[in-house]
Write a protein of this length. Structure first.
Length: 289
């Protein structure tokens, strides 16, 4: 029986060369702080440890530049980073899903974003924050919006020899805030809504919004009509209610046409209104950024 070969490179170039040499599968499988790839025709995979590559283990925050999270870092530690709790609180809203236990905390961003459709509890907050991922491979660096990765990952998001290096979040703008609200994730009709708002100086008028929705089993999308409606609006109960209705409309029609559809969409509207109120509260509580 062939033995697994383990490598511990120290540069991105070395990681890329190892993965390119193991060209038997289109995309390496991330497991913790390792990438697992199988060489064509070889029975045993190779394991590439990522712990010594500086770019994959960075956790940096600058007020002007934003947040950079290395792909080899466990999510649990990232969520305890003070700038994340303060400036990107929406991540913590979805970062500890009910029933996930310790496995979620120990999973790295390489696992969560690179092995298939990203978990909605992570993808929705990142989309609301305008996150992007940096990718390295045989042709050098590239960068794509997290939103695009969620779509491309269903096909050929990463090319042979490519891997995610880090996740990048833009600097927090003054008078901005986000919140994510979900229903019970164990239900077949689970859902969640993320809202990120940018406010005018009066803290009552919206000058920009990103609204993302997920519906079980795995549909994630932006509520673009609701975003457009909010721009220039002064918040009151009617505006929040109408935004929730637009998000509800964006969630249908659903594949399930049973009697539960109407109740599910009503639940989506209620969750959307909660997320908007939460984002508005956070924007108003941090007027200076």
């Amino acid at each position: 029986m062939a033995e697994t070969e383990t490598y511990t490179p120290e540069t991105l170039e070395e990681v890329g060369a190892l993965l390119l040499a193991a060209d038997g599968q289109p995309r390496p499988l991330a497991r913790g702080t390792s990438l697992v790839a199988r060489s064509q025709g070889e029975p045993a995979p190779i394991v590439v440890e990522l712990t010594r590559v500086p770019e994959l283990n960075r956790l940096d925050y600058e007020e002007r530049d934003g947040l950079l999270i290395g792909a080899a870092l466990p999510l649990g530690g990232v969520l305890e980073f003070p700038p994340v709790r303060d400036a990107y609180a929406i991540l913590a809203d979805g970062g500890r899903p009910a029933g996930s236990g310790e496995a979620w905390a120990h999973a790295t961003l390489a696992e969560l974003l690179g092995n298939g459709p990203p978990p909605a509890d992570l993808a929705v907050p990142l989309i609301c924050l305008g996150a992007s991922v940096a990718v390295f491979g045989p042709h050098g660096w590239s960068e794509m919006a997290l939103e695009a990765l969620c779509v491309k990952i269903k096909g050929a998001g990463l090319q042979p020899g490519e891997f995610i290096v880090d996740v990048r979040l833009p600097a927090r703008s003054p008078r901005s805030g986000g919140a994510y609200v979900r229903s019970d994730p164990q239900r077949d009709d689970a859902m969640g809504v993320g809202a990120f708002l940018l406010m005018e100086d009066d803290l009552d008028t919206c000058c920009g919004a990103r609204l993302a929705v997920w519906l079980a089993p795995g549909t994630v999308f932006r509520a673009l009509d609701a975003e457009g409606f909010l721009r220039g609006k002064r918040f009151d109960d009617d505006v929040v209610r109408r935004t929730g209705e637009l998000i509800e409309e964006a969630g249908g029609p659903l594949p399930d046409q049973s009697d539960r559809v109407e109740g599910r969409l009503h639940g989506l509207r209620e969750i959307a209104c909660q997320a908007i109120h939460g984002a508005l509260d956070r924007a108003r509580s941090h007027p200076g950024g």
